[in-house]
Design a protein around this ligand. Structure first.
Ligand code: NAI
Length: 346
């Protein structure tokens, strides 16, 4: 697509600009086969516009697979806003973005992602109905990160049981790359379950807090991927698993929140050859979209959503079963499984 390697055809891609606020956004709708395209909005200081386009397209493809595997009645889409240089009027920027979302007339529904907050989502409500992830008084809603973390946690539990043959997380060593919105909640869940944490973040304050509150061991950001642990949980940004890093990995299981962890599908094959079980990101990190989708449809309450997110653990078990039966890799099996669901739900 657009001559960009690895990018698939999209139904629609909107390049939205607004001179007054400095908005430069890309709204990518990969598929609406299952329903309106649903996926968060990322704000990032991209090196250039092409890098932003590449990111938006890759992320929106991933959302199609994620929403399908989670059995949500939504298609896949994603938006990115190129962070304006210097100071900018954030509410005005998001108002302009909200108008762009509205212009797609419901083909795309937005929510939080890296660099956006519940306040940004709330601020957009005046411009568009097609927004979720908003705290509501007396009703379910808001920050999806704890739900994402819970989905990753139950995936790690399932992976540890099925691949490492250990019944509990007691004493299991887990390396966490990134202690942000998801990483921090995940660290808390793991700590409570008795896991030993090894952590890294570019933000030293977060690392210090994990050392103080969760008894975590700190490692440098360059060393975390090769930490001597049982489980690696990438919870920073994408493409952390590539030809350079995979040979250095010592974990037996990889399961984390970061989107697009594998640089290429072949990297999934290399992990498998090394005996490392990789649980595909879009399978394990669907807790957040399950949460904002429920909220958007005005359905559910906290416990029902948590129960739905917990079912991600069952899907991990089914995936590993299929991998065995099909003599394939988790990345390839999950991709085929999700693509078979890229049709209107019955
Ligand atoms: P965040 O921005 O709150 O956290 C990312 C953390 O990673 C920050 O603390 C940052 O300092 C750290 N970091 C950045 N580069 C690093 C590096 N090289 N080494 C170590 N740490 C580094 O983002 P959030 O919301 O926690 O998301 C994390 C990942 O999970 C992203 O890839 C996001 O797309 C994905 N994700 C998040 C969901 C959510 O509900 N928030 C849902 C699904 C996926």
């Amino acid at each position: 697509l657009f001559g960009l390697p690895g990018q698939e055809a999209h139904e629609r891609v909107l390049l939205a600009t607004d001179e007054q606020t400095g908005l430069k956004a890309i709204l990518a709708v990969h598929s609406t086969a299952r329903g309106p395209a649903f996926g968060g909005c990322r704000v990032w200081a991209y090196d250039n516009e092409l890098a932003a386009l590449n990111d938006a397209l890759r992320l929106s493809q991933g959302m199609s697979l994620k929403n399908a595997l989670a059995d949500l009645p939504f298609g896949g889409g994603k938006a990115v806003i190129i962070k304006p240089a210097g100071t900018f009027d954030r509410p005005a920027l998001f108002a302009a973005f909200g108008r762009a979302v509205e212009s797609l007339q419901g083909a795309y529904i937005t929510a939080e992602d890296v660099g956006t907050t519940t306040a940004d989502m709330r601020g957009m409500q005046a411009q568009t109905r097609y927004v979720s992830g908003i705290p509501r008084e007396g009703a379910f809603g808001g920050d999806p990160s704890p739900k994402t973390a819970w989905g990753v946690f139950v995936s790690i539990q399932a992976g540890v049981r099925l691949h490492l043959g250990r019944e509990s997380l007691q004493g299991v060593r887990v390396a966490l790359q990134g202690l942000g919105a998801v990483g921090w909640h995940l660290a808390e869940f793991l700590h409570k379950a008795g896991a030993q944490l090894v952590v890294a973040d570019v933000d030293a304050a977060k690392v210090a807090r994990a050392q103080a509150e969760l008894g975590a061991q700190a490692l440098g950001v360059l060393d975390i991927l090769s930490a001597d642990v049982d489980v690696l949980a990438p919870c920073a940004l994408g493409a952390s698993l590539n030809a350079q890093t995979i040979p250095t990995l010592r974990a037996q299981l990889v399961a984390g929140a970061a989107n697009n962890q594998l640089a290429t599908t072949e990297d999934g094959d290399t992990l498998q050859r090394r005996g490392i079980c990789y649980l595909p990101d879009y399978l394990v990190n669907a807790g957040g979209i399950i949460s904002v989708a429920r909220e958007y449809r005005n359905e559910g309450e906290e416990s029902a959503v948590m129960a739905e997110v917990s079912r991600i653990g069952d899907r991990v078990a089914e995936l590993l079963d299929r991998v065995k039966r099909e003599d394939s890799t988790p990345a390839r099996v999950a991709d085929a499984w999700a693509r078979a669901k890229l049709v209107k739900p019955a």
